[in-house]
Design a protein around this ligand. Structure first.
Ligand code: F6P
Length: 545
């Protein structure tokens, strides 16, 4: 057993889990449940009252956090300590939104001046492109941006830009290419004019196969359109921590925006990886995004655990994962602009906490990161909410909704809100057999049929959910919300004592894939491989099943 599961607080929580009242009962017993279990900070309101919690549970959860040294671990991260111990790196995405006057040191050097210089470089570039001063090889301004990157070099830019559609620069279009599938790039290039297209190649490592391949093909397309090698500098820029490789690749040194090894890919949208965001919403709004995240950083560092929004979200989620065997967590965004956010949180959380050994390398003896999934409300209600309501699994849900729409249209937003709130209420209270039977009282079914249908209409309820509200979706509130989830992920990793900032699990697939890549274009047999890989390779070679 690891230290965590030996904790008296862990063992007390196990006892509590077996004896909790139904949420419906807890609401009936305490008319103030909402005010007791909701929190308003940094322009967000978190309603966590529809969870299987009470004061005793929260007391033990906070005690577990204290026992894990959470407060010290928070300080260590913000201070720049080497907390990513397997890669010997600091974790300082928070420095990207720190005040210009801060002094945060890596290897004894204050990194804030370089962060600020990069923001200034971004601002100058954004202004140059958006005012039409940046001209292509035939003297025309840029009309289209193609952002090439994958993982955190794709999801952050794309999803945040999409979420902030109301703030877009009207004269620019931005396209995102991530997958190495040639269709992704081909479909984008077919609509573009090489004279007015600017490519942003985003790769922290500058060694990701998909991004290198896509950029080489984009460059080949560009030259095939009549441009010259000397014109590449006007149409290709790069964001990378590997400036040498980017230069070697042919990106003009002036067009390389630096990033740093103390920024994880899934935490990097606040860096120059966010260049497509800044181009689309403007640098002032990008700085608003940063300031929103900083507001949450300050709250996270300063608030007592019991009044700390990321800590509460993390602990309540951990409670359901570790004590109710909730193996997935669904994020339901009741706002069309936020439809991509679940995918962003998927990489953020699953690549951070999809781990099975502690920092010391000991196998964990409890669940760690759940599967994160989700989608746009109300669409999910017509797709997977059936399982949320009547399935056998407990799937905690986060409902996210701005109270004001950017596009007020008749009753639409009111209906959206009624669906959002109705779903959380139904998940919590369910429907008893007796209630279902009563609903059938006037039907012409026989008593036996009513009994049967009532059994099928019964809903256990007691299904946990959070509701996260903001007045309006703005760069600032979006930044605050994303930082909230970053810190939620941090807290869970800190309590589970895993390394939330490496990703060794993605290396093996890449290595084996590279070996198979060589075999696919060769002819020799692969009998030394497993029979499946051998067969699949041969089927691909023959392009026929
Ligand atoms: O999936 C592994 C990973 O390293 C992610 O963490 C990262 O966001 C993505 O690949 C892209 O990496 P890079 O920005 O170095 O190309």
């Amino acid at each position: 057993m690891t230290r965590l599961t030996q904790s008296q607080h862990w063992q007390r929580l196990q006892q509590y889990a077996a004896n909790m009242l139904h949420m419906r009962q807890m609401f009936e017993d305490n008319p103030n449940r909402f005010s007791d279990y909701s929190l308003k900070r940094c322009d967000l309101l978190l309603d966590y009252s529809k969870n299987r919690i009470n004061n005793s549970v929260l007391t033990e959860l906070f005690a577990l956090a204290n026992e894990a040294g959470l407060t010290q671990k928070i300080k260590a991260m913000f201070h720049g300590d080497i907390i990513n111990t397997t890669e010997h790196r600091a974790v300082l995405h928070t420095a990207l939104r720190a005040a210009a006057t801060d002094d945060i040191r890596v290897n004894g050097i204050n990194i804030i001046p370089e962060v600020q210089a990069t923001l200034a470089k971004m601002e100058s570039f954004v202004n140059c492109v958006t005012t039409g001063q940046w001209l292509g090889y035939t003297g025309k301004p840029i009309s289209d941006i193609v952002s090439i990157g994958i993982g955190g070099s794709f999801l952050g830019p794309k999803i945040v830009s999409e979420a902030l559609r109301p703030y877009w620069n009207k004269n620019l279009r931005c396209h995102y290419v991530a997958n190495v599938d040639g269709t992704a790039l081909t479909e984008k290039l077919s609509k573009l004019n090489s004279e007015t297209t600017l490519f942003i190649m985003s790769s922290k490592s500058f060694s990701t196969q998909e991004t290198l391949t896509n950029t080489l093909s984009a460059k080949a397309w560009f030259l095939a359109q009549g441009a010259k090698q000397a014109d590449v500098a006007k149409h290709f820029v790069a964001v990378s921590s590997n400036v040498a490789k980017a230069t070697e690749f042919g990106i003009d040194a002036d067009n390389i925006f630096p990033m740093w090894d103390w920024v994880g890919g899934r935490y990097s949208l606040w860096s120059a990886i966010g260049l497509p965001i800044a181009l689309m919403i403007g640098m002032d709004n990008f700085r608003q995004l940063l300031s929103g995240a900083k507001a949450m950083d300050d709250h996270f560092q300063q608030a007592d655990l019991s009044e700390n929004m990321p800590v509460i979200m993390a602990l309540v989620s951990l409670w359901h994962s570790n004590f109710y065997d909730a193996q997935s967590h669904v994020v339901l965004t009741y706002d069309h602009y936020l439809r991509g956010l679940p995918a962003y949180f998927q990489q953020l959380d699953m690549e951070s906490n999809g781990k099975s050994v502690t920092l010391a390398g000991d196998p964990v003896d409890h669940a760690t990161g759940p599967v994160i999934w989700g989608g746009e409300g109300t669409n999910g209600q017509h797709a997977y909410h059936q399982l949320l309501h009547q399935g056998t699994a407990i799937i905690p849900a986060d409902f996210i909704m701005p109270l004001q729409s950017h596009n007020p249209l008749g009753e639409h937003h009111t209906q959206l809100a009624s669906n959002c709130f109705g779903q959380t209420q139904a998940l919590m209270q369910g429907r008893t057999y007796e209630e279902a039977l009563a609903e059938l009282a006037d039907s012409d079914l026989t008593p036996a049929q009513k009994d049967l249908i009532a059994k099928h209409k019964h809903m256990a309820g007691n299904k946990p959910s959070n509701t996260l509200l903001m007045d309006k979706l703005t760069p600032k509130t979006l930044g605050t919300m994303i930082a909230l989830y970053e810190h939620r992920t941090f807290v869970q990793g800190a309590i589970w004592d895993v390394n939330s900032f490496d990703q060794w699990g993605v290396e093996l697939g890449k290595t084996l894939g590279n070996d198979i890549l060589n075999r696919l274009s060769a002819a020799q047999d692969c009998n030394e491989l497993d029979s499946s890989s051998n067969a699949l390779i041969n089927l691909f070679r023959n392009k026929q099943i």
